[in-house]
Design a protein around this ligand. Sequence first.
Ligand SMILES: Nc1ncnc2c1ncn2[C@@H]1O[C@H](COP(=O)(O)OP(=O)(O)OP(=O)(O)O)[C@@H](O)[C@H]1O
Ligand SMILES: [Mg+2]
Length: 469
Amino acid sequence: MSDAALDVVEFVLTTSVYSDDRTLDENDLPPSYRQVFWTGGSESSDDTDERRRAGISRPLSATNSTAREATGVDRPWEAISGLMFTDRDEFSGTITLTQEEMAEQWFVDRVDDERLLENPTLAKHFAAHDEYDVDVSHEAAREQNRPIQADRVWIDGLLEEYFDDEDDEEMLDLVDVRAPEEVDVTLDDLVLTEGQEAEIDKIAKAIEHRDYLAEIGLREIGKLLFVGPPGTGKTSTAQALAQDMDLPFVEVKLSMITSQYLGETAKNVDKTFEVAKRLSPCILFIDEFDFVAKTRRSDEHAALKRAVNTLLKSIDNISLIQDDVLLIGATNHPDQLDAAAWRRFDEIVNFPKPDYNMRADILRVITRQMRIDEFDPELIAEATEGLTGSDLRMVLREAVLEALTEDRTMLTQDDLLNAVEEFEERDNLKNMDMIEGDHEALVAGGDVGKASDGSGHSHDHDHDHDHDH
Ligand SMILES: Nc1ncnc2c1ncn2[C@@H]1O[C@H](COP(=O)(O)OP(=O)(O)OP(=O)(O)O)[C@@H](O)[C@H]1O
Ligand SMILES: [Mg+2]
């Protein structure tokens, strides 16, 4: 029997069991099934009670199209039409099991416990019937299943519920919510210092044992501040954590606070935290945190100050232990944070520029999918003192593009070294004063000027390159 048949039978069985057992809820369905049956909420009148709550309603109907969407099998009915216990209603297209017990036996004979654990609905059903002799528990399956709160459909439903009128349009500029499935960085992609790894382990333990921490009265845990120069992996690490722990990633962009609708901002900050609490467990990431301190100091617009004060108060009122929200702030300018902002974080995580060994490791990670002849990451690491992870990425991109101009997808160590040189020239340019300076680069034909044209390469340069080979 093909895997397709197994997948479709699992789906049909699940819809049938779920429809009958009213004690099951959304978190008993595998994420790919939930997505199919999810219906968004509707906001009708001002009276919130009259809103139809978003959710999954019974009965779940198994048809070709729902089965296809949930399992990815192209022709679901064809995959199982040969089995004795299946039937399809020509008129409605509904696929049913004529002999439920036979179908169950057929299914359970073909799957192992590990697979059953991926489907809490069936795990519960089979565990409750001794004759099937499976060694799974409903609780274990539920624990392992991704919670509905991490699904895109659920997040969208919630955002709509909160921000449905036009006034709230700009709110969506201030906050960006990503489902863990939409985050594409993983911890494997990042090279972390020992200190960073230790902090991550610590916070993972704290999350795991938050009941215990609440019990002993330790509530001031779970607010991290990532400190370090641009491009050292602060945002990526926060995202990778969300991905790793299967948590929604809620990002607040503080610079957006200054948008034209200043009067609304304090309210929006409040809403953001409310959303985070409703989405919990989740990670709330606040980038550019130094912005807070800046506005408190200067004589800024009163509405802006109010917004920032609301933000600080909201931070005080949110807790990993009570609300299941892990707060991560990030800043390039720790020196600008005042004591009031600083003391709100219980752990400060340092993101330094990578040292020699880290640079070599980062180079290995970012070149994993590339083919490079005579690749020597240590040698490149030696030549890239002072560069960040983000800089190294840029160097690699440069090398790849440069090779493509020669129609090559196989890179060489020389390509990388040339790209490093190019990067450094660019960097010099960045530090130059274009008005006052009488540097030779300001005159066309100067050596450094090469990097300044739009494409990043002058014709001359390509020429030089040819001679190298
Ligand atoms: N330690 C690292 N290991 C692997 N990749 C890294 C590392 N540091 C940075 N990068 C890469 O550099 C890019 C930029 O990193 P990121 O945006 O996380 O930096 P940041 O610290 O948030 O910078 P900024 O302060 O400008 O927001 C990402 O693509 C990331 O993968
Ligand atoms: Mg960042």
